[in-house]
Design a protein around this ligand. Sequence first.
Ligand SMILES: *Cc1c(COP(=O)(O)O)cnc(C)c1O
Length: 436
Amino acid sequence: MKPEHFDTARLHAGYDPAAHLQSPLVPIYQTAAFGLGDTETAAAITAGTKADAYTYSRVGNPTVRAFEKRLAALDGGTDAVAVGSGMAAISYALLNVAEGGGRILAPTNIYGASLDEFRTLLPKFGIQFDFFDDINDLTTIKSLLRPETKAIYIESVANPSTEVADIAALAQIAHAAGIPLIVDNTFPTPYLCRPFEFGADIDVYSSTKGINGHGNVVSGVVIDHGQFDWNNGKFPQMTEPEFILGDEAQHKTASFYSKFGANAFINRIRMKYLRLLGAVMSPFDAYLALLGLETISERLSKEVQSATAIAQYLTTNPHVKHVYYSGIEKDNQLVKKYFPHGIGAILSFELAGDEEQVAKVLDNVHVFTYLPNVGDVRSLIVNPVKVTHREMPQAIRLKHQLNQQVLRLSIGLEDVRDLIADLDQAIRQAFVLPQE
Ligand SMILES: *Cc1c(COP(=O)(O)O)cnc(C)c1O
């Protein structure tokens, strides 16, 4: 039986206790490899004709597989591949779609490491980027499409501005050009937004963040909607004969498309990128991520409530120049459409002070922890320009009002009154005059 609702699926989807000695939790298969049994079984396993068989944990592991299946179910996808970090998920997805000389459209106000990869590293692998500044300037985005464009890549909620993307409109533009829309949906998690419902084709996540929610594991996941037509002539890597899928002895050839159809993309990620580049998620990390995922709904709904209260408090603080939390913008139609239960636990604000005063806020918080992460049960604070977004050139940062005075918050599960009091006293101390 397939669990129907999110809250049931986050506890049960993708795992059958009966196949694991009735263990209610997914067991940790902490092993590098699996016995092949007898030679006949070994032949069936290596030929890929034996279902749910495992040989080597770089290629597949039962604990990791349960995490993949659970996330695919929660996100509304057909399949998922878990990897060792969010950056590995992004890298593999973009290489898989545009390898060998494709172009990708992407916004400039994205996670710092993503921007750095797109500007300085992937071009060395033959993948060029056409950047746009405004995620909702659809005319400009359309004008950037070229015959070699292989995908549109976006963040559903931008880091750290929390600007919201019009997923359905962008999916339409992508599909009219015969290319997929790839969405980094890390900030909302599948609990707050499922981009596939609005036409996205591939989702990527840093499950380091809200999916696990406990700040104890770095990991990522790529999820496939299983709807895109990879046979439209733009993606030869999906339709060319693939040695590992064929049978040399019988002179049979196969491609990812001929073998997996609409699931060509995700299977190619697993069999080419994960298997050959090797950024695997470990079984123990998958266990921790599964455990964290069990409480995602309760965590996110409380965190959204607290983030909203904190954003509202910050708007009343005379030392705060601007609050960036699109969740409190009353007439933001995109928030209403895509995020009826909130945009997530992350917000930022610009202090009406100088760099020294920003440092004082960071040095005087006691409940908030000063560290570069988001989506933890503990509340976190960071100065993006100096830490998480230092890879972003100033010219780009300033277009997005990301200056030295911006502080990013990730709201956890503490009592919101303590969080507000902590921010309030830290900001007050930053504005105490020297003689007082
Ligand atoms: C953290 C983050 C990433 C990178 O994920 P890692 O797990 O740190 O590799 C990518 N995108 C967004 C939006 C993030 O917040």
